[in-house]
Design a protein around this ligand. Structure first.
Ligand code: ATP
Length: 221
């Protein structure tokens, strides 16, 4: 495990977290450990600009996320996108965190390979690497073949090895293997909508809280 120093990267994992599940948490922990991150901030989005509105309220999504990482060193929840008015733009979040940590410390934005495939629809996507590296986590069933030409060029021009994440503050794209965890929020919601338990797809305490909240069409006890 790489020692954490003043130059250790800060990473951000943005998402809807509707709800948080083990496919977010296990890869997040592996990034923290394998990349020697100073911390990994999970940033839930209030109004995701490029997808249908979340099913659960912001308060619920935030509470479950906090509960999921409670007591886990290095994994923190940053509610900054809930505190800002308007849509949740990642570029704004990265600009704010860059201003907070200064120009020299490496900053990285992590996303699953599915999110990377859709990156060109994101607000000012070209500018993300002005503030941070991108870390593309491999995700079960998602390939990086057949990307749109502009995104494929971005990947081939910016692709870096693991150690380069700590040597430069921003600008690279790292494709990082993580344990494949074939869980999605869609799968959790679908399961609950059918009245089935989603236990073991997410931390047990979080499952108890969600099951008791009467959300996602799951029968309340
Ligand atoms: P939904 O099914 O509602 O689209 P999701 O499971 O993809 O949701 P998000 O909150 O949208 O969850 O994901 C946040 C980030 O975590 C995204 O970058 C996504 O690619 C990544 N991610 C989610 N699940 C996994 C997984 N099982 N493995 C790797 N990355 C994941």
């Amino acid at each position: 495990m790489t020692a954490v120093t003043q130059r250790s990267p800060v990473a951000v994992l943005g998402g809807t977290f509707d709800p948080v599940h083990l496919g977010h948490l296990r890869p997040a922990l592996e990034l923290l450990q394998n990349l020697g991150l100073a911390e990994l901030r999970l940033v839930p989005g209030r109004v995701p600009p490029h997808r249908p509105p979340p099913r659960a309220t912001p308060d619920h999504r935030l509470a479950w996320l906090r509960q999921a990482v409670d007591g886990v060193p290095g994994l923190h929840v940053d509610a900054c996108e809930f505190e800002r008015a308007g849509p949740s733009y990642t570029v704004e979040t990265l600009r704010r965190i860059r201003a907070e940590i200064g120009p020299e410390r490496p900053l990285a934005f992590a996303m699953g390979a599915d999110a990377f495939r859709g990156l060109m629809s994101w607000h000012q996507w070209h500018r993300l690497t002005e503030y941070a590296h991108l870390i593309v986590m491999e995700r079960a069933g998602i390939t990086l073949h057949g990307l749109p030409a502009e995104l494929a060029r971005c990947l081939s021009e910016r692709r870096i090895e693991r150690q380069a994440l700590r040597q430069r503050p921003r600008g690279g794209v790292r494709v990082e293997p993580v344990s494949p965890v074939s869980v999605s929020s869609t799968g959790v919601r679908r399961c609950m909508a059918q009245g089935l338990s989603a236990r073991f797809l997410l931390p047990d305490g979080v499952w108890q809280a969600i099951a008791g909240a009467g959300v996602y069409g799951y029968p309340q006890p």
